[in-house]
Design a protein around this ligand. Structure first.
Ligand code: HEM
Ligand SMILES: *[C@@H]1O[C@H](CO)[C@@H](O)[C@H](O)[C@H]1NC(C)=O
Ligand SMILES: CC(=O)N[C@H]1CO[C@H](CO)[C@@H](O)[C@@H]1O
Length: 282
């Protein structure tokens, strides 16, 4: 944990936007298949990996994970899995930029499968409404409060124009007009590779994301829907009012995220390099 914390600390100090990348990597790893570091695998000839799927566009932080793995392999070879590294790195990144600390139980195993089409059904689309998000998160054992608090992960980082331009067109009634025109300007200038931050303090882990939902400045449809839906609005208001309560609920949600288990019968492995599965020993 000391090694992970040092490398994450150095990386995030050099580039505070990496905290967002590391948190998102862990989230994607947990949702696609199950918490087994499959998100880190490179594509192989004939098999396109998760990280190259469309939904994975703009995933960041792979180099930090590689550096942690190399350092750990030099100190204690074959012990720490890539899945555990992802969970620890996300926790330390959140802490580095002002978020809450929580325990990360270890013992995850690395999986051997990474297939791009897995991401299509498992990852939440930014166009889902609150009921659909509640259902999707429910299939992974999260309750409504977990889902809203975890969405607060969007207190960090950015989204690219294709993730939110439909909202500019179709959701004027739940979108602040000034915010809408600044987003439209960003995207007409920069095209699909332009991005906007989720909230005004995108490198600080704080409750501002929820305050901006109240001001109809949510970036994605899936963000704003949390305020617009009667099922979730109360939680948004509570998290906006009380950052401590958001932090508490976020740590509860992250705790559950770390528990999403490998399917029974698939014991996994301790990958030697996070980008490739081990060679079979037979
Ligand atoms: C509730 C359902 C969720 C949806 C629909 C969603 C969707 C997205 C989308 C579309 C992006 C931007 C991709 C792009 O355009 O580049 C994004 C970024 C991000 N997501 Fe989520 N997400 C969800 C939940 C989460 C959760 C639970 C976490 C972590 C706890 C998380 C953490 C992040 C972070 C940190 C970024 C910014 C990454 C960066 O700046 O590099 N998201 N998400
Ligand atoms: C939410 O989305 C689902 C699936 O697209 C749809 O069936 C449902 O009517 C939507 N709910 C609301 C309140 O818009
Ligand atoms: C479609 C797409 O943008 N895929 C990207 C997914 O992430 C990897 C790693 O950062 C990129 O190399 C791919 O281009």
């Amino acid at each position: 944990e000391y090694i992970v914390r040092n490398i994450v600390g150095e990386a995030v100090m050099g580039d505070p936007t990496l905290a967002a990348g590391l948190l998102r990597l862990h989230f994607h790893d947990c949702f696609v298949q199950v918490r087994d570091a499959s998100v880190l695998l490179d594509s192989t000839p004939g098999s396109k990996a998760e990280k190259d799927a469309l939904a994975n566009k703009s995933l960041r932080g792979f180099e930090v994970i590689d550096k942690i793995k190399d350092t750990l392999e030099a100190q204690c070879p074959g012990v720490v899995t890539c899945a555990d590294i992802l969970a620890l790195a996300a926790r330390d990144a959140v802490l580095m930029v002002g978020g809450p600390y929580y325990d990360v139980p270890q013992g995850r195993r690395d999986g051997r499968r990474s297939v791009d089409t897995d991401t299509l059904t498992a990852l939440p689309s930014p166009f889902l409404n609150a009921s659909a998000l509640i259902t999707l998160f429910g299939t992974h054992g999260f309750n409504v409060q977990d889902m809203v608090a975890l969405s607060g992960g969007h207190t960090l980082g950015v989204a690219h124009c294709p993730s939110f331009t439909p909202r500019l067109k179709f959701e004027a009634s739940t979108l602040d007009a000034g915010f809408a025109s600044s987003l439209a300007a960003t995207c007409s200038k920069g095209g699909d590779s332009a991005s906007a931050t989720f909230d005004r303090t995108s490198t600080a882990f704080d409750g501002v994301y929820f305050k901006e939902l109240q001001q109809r400045r949510g970036l994605l449809s899936s963000d704003q829907t949390l305020y617009e839906s009667p099922e979730t609005q109360r939680l948004v208001n509570m998290f906006a009012m009380n950052q401590g309560y958001f932090f508490y609920a976020f740590t509860q949600g992250m705790g559950k995220m770390g528990q999403i288990d490998l399917k029974e019968g698939d014991r996994g492995e301790v990958r030697k390099s996070c980008r490739v599965v081990n060679k079979p020993s037979w």
